[in-house]
Design a protein around this ligand. Sequence first.
Ligand code: ZN
Length: 295
Amino acid sequence: MPRTLFAALVALLLFPCSATLAQSAIECAQCAEWNVPQRPFRLHGTTYYVGTHGLGAILITSPQGHVLIDGGLPQTAPLIRANIESLGFRMRDVKLILNSHAHYDHAGGIAELQRASGARVMASAWSASVMKSGKSQPGDPQLGIAFGYAAVDNVGTFTFEDTLRVGPIAIVPHATPGHTPGGTTWSWRSCEAARCLDFVYADSQTPVSADDFLFTKNTTYPNAIADFERGFATLERLSCDVLLTPHPGVSSLWDRVSPSDGTIGATLVDRDACTRYAASARRALAARVAKERGS
Ligand SMILES: [Zn+2]
């Protein structure tokens, strides 16, 4: 038996929790830039930003428990945890962890955050199958180039007719597929005294793929373009006072909030932001389709 194989078998016997071994940091071209630490801050009412400078993570709080959306890269999990705790909240009060889409840069830290909190993890059916295995599945335009990550032990599924609740928090999933088949946008209302704002955490809408995947012609995700268009229409329909995105720069968060001290600018509220986001995504998809058709 080759010595390395023997060593691997011994390691497996001694450390059966292989998920722990799989939690190592992912090194991608943009990972270090995405993972630059960010001081957390309150956006409005019970809604807080707890992600890094380049990867969104949102905490919605209540006296009966909190909801966390997205977990960043595997190496983002300790930063999100530190941000939540530095705001004075406890990890064990995070009762529900949700996800935008099941790529490594938004779901890679969820296994560790689940372990740290004991929270329930809920995902769309397609995203749940990816998160349970830690590997992308057929249908993902980025199959073959998306990194694997630590599998999540217990992932429940919701349907897009459901409203998810933790105490007084009601958060609604909206199907916005295309970037992945399971892409989910989240909406909820957050109030501060009498002022309530409708928040939208809109999933990535970019037509990014492996070199051998064509959005216009493929066998693994033939509905990709129709799915994107359905999601754009959904984004245009949502009541949207504040747009947030899994990569905060995509929705210009750092023009609307000071990253140094979390001061909220007057432009945080922008009721046209979701419509503009959908319009720019529609243009990017049209450009990609034109390129694939050689026109
Ligand atoms: Zn992605």
